[in-house]
Design a protein around this ligand. Structure first.
Ligand code: KIV
Ligand code: NA
Length: 277
């Protein structure tokens, strides 16, 4: 399969073909994205929750993102690689945002960075894109602002709020974004925003009217067991088989049936004799 570039994504968008995006946070999950021929691999700061066990994305640092993203990049070579900018690494500080975006390119092999927020982040986005780094926006439910938003909940349910989202989307496009994630926005609004833009929207919990879709892998595979968002279909149930396999290993060791002969290294009788003498 050919490397997915920003041109590939542009072509999919222009042809009206859905863009597929999936998160990964380490080498094996990056490898699964590579093997399943997805278009975009996102190293999301959701790894704070699904890979590190934090309650939110707030504690994640640049160093943590680079740790995860560089591992993913060693496996997911074909998909377009987008890496999240963590909380505190860019907000309304164009110079800081640019420096950190550059770090994600140099130290984590990012091909684009993603950051959360609307019109108030236009300055940062301009600074980064003008340095030649593609930026993906992210509006609607922006988990880094869950405190201000009063929780992880759907956004833009009133006409006024929806209008603000439309203005944010246009501002992100104007600032130079290559596309944007629409998270937990009512389906009719996400579809309307998508129709008004000339760059792709990637939906999560925002209906089928977006240019593409993204989900968090640990939710998609049924591995993260703290909660499952309403919008997330579990396309697999991998937690149970993993636990089953590990229990089976434990049982076999306890009953001394593992490792059997086939999993051990033999030695010739002659050498064993010599050794025992
Ligand atoms: O961090 C993440 O996984 C994300 C996606 C949910 C879009 O930002
Ligand atoms: Na994120």
């Amino acid at each position: 399969r050919k490397k997915v570039t920003i041109n590939t994504l542009r072509k999919l968008y222009e042809q009206g073909k859905p863009i597929t995006m999936m998160t990964a946070h380490d080498y094996p999950t990056g490898n699964w994205v590579e093997k399943s021929e997805l278009d975009i691999c996102l190293v999301g700061d959701s790894s704070a929750m699904v890979a590190l066990g934090f309650d939110s994305t707030i504690p994640v640092t640049m160093d943590i993102m680079i740790h995860h993203a560089s591992a993913v990049s060693r496996a997911a070579k074909t998909p377009f690689l987008v890496v999240d900018m963590p909380f505190g690494s860019y907000e309304r500080r164009p110079q800081l945002g640019l420096e950190n975006a550059i770090r994600l390119m140099k130290e984590a092999n990012a091909e684009a960075v993603k950051l959360e927020g609307g019109i108030e982040q236009a300055g940062v986005i301009e600074e980064i894109t003008q340095a030649g780094i593609p930026v993906m926006g992210h509006i609607g439910l922006t988990p880094q602002k869950h405190v201000m938003l009063g929780g992880f909940r759907v956004q833009g349910k009133t006409a006024d709020k929806a209008l603000q989202l439309m203005e944010d989307a246009l501002a992100l496009q104007e600032a130079g974004c290559m596309g944007m994630v629409l998270e937990c926005i009512p389906a009719p609004i996400a579809e309307y925003i998508t129709d008004q833009l000339s760059i792709p929207t990637i939906g999560i919990g925002s209906g089928s009217g977006c240019s593409g879709q993204v989900l968090v892998m640990m939710d998609t595979l049924g591995i993260y067991d703290k909660f499952v968002p309403k919008f997330c279909k579990q396309f697999g149930q991998l937690d149970a088989p993993a636990v089953e396999a590990l229990r089976s290993y434990s049982d076999k060791v306890k009953e001394r049936s593992f490792p059997s002969r086939e999993f051990s290294y033999p030695m010739s009788e002659v050498e064993v004799e010599r050794f025992l003498k």
